[in-house]
Design a binder for this molecule. Structure first.
Ligand code: MN
Length: 147
């Protein structure tokens, strides 16, 4: 069997500890990563490198993650890249706002390894169209908080 091409994930995160955690977990699990703490830089990296997935912090200096997401969705070159919002903003309306801005899913902090892998794997190994088609009636359950 041929070794699969490693999937490439862009991490947009301005918290150094969170960035380190995300990157370490992904690298250990065989993913390639790119990272930045800046929204404009994220757009440039996404267009230049066409990652398979973007993990998008919402609260960033300068451009918010939601604005970055909207800009990526408005560009034909990046509109199909799955984007998962990763944020400590965990109210239900934050989640709705992220989905309305074009994020495909929402993962609330604190991140655990299992929740992170559960969140990203469907987008890397299943056709995105299935998830987008299902979204209006059945939001993804992966990011729901217990209680
Ligand atoms: Mn942040």
């Amino acid at each position: 069997m041929m070794a699969p091409h490693p999937k490439r994930i862009l991490i947009v995160e301005d918290n150094k500890i969170d960035l380190r955690l995300l990157r370490d977990v992904l690298v250990v699990h065989g993913y390639e990563t790119l990272q930045t703490d800046d929204g404009l830089d994220a757009i440039n990296l996404a267009l230049a490198n066409r990652p398979d997935l973007i993990l998008m912090d919402i609260r960033l200096p300068h451009l918010s993650g939601l604005e970055v997401t909207r800009r990526l969705r408005d560009d034909d070159r990046s509109k199909e890249i799955p984007i998962i919002a990763v944020t400590a903003l965990a109210m239900e309306w934050h989640e709705r706002e992220a989905l309305n801005s074009g994020c495909d899913a929402y993962l609330s902090k604190p991140i655990t390894i299992l929740r992170l892998l559960d969140a990203i794997e469907p987008f890397l190994f299943c056709p995105l169209v299935l998830y987008r088609a299902a979204r209006p009636s059945s939001p993804l359950p992966i990011h729901r908080r217990a209680g």
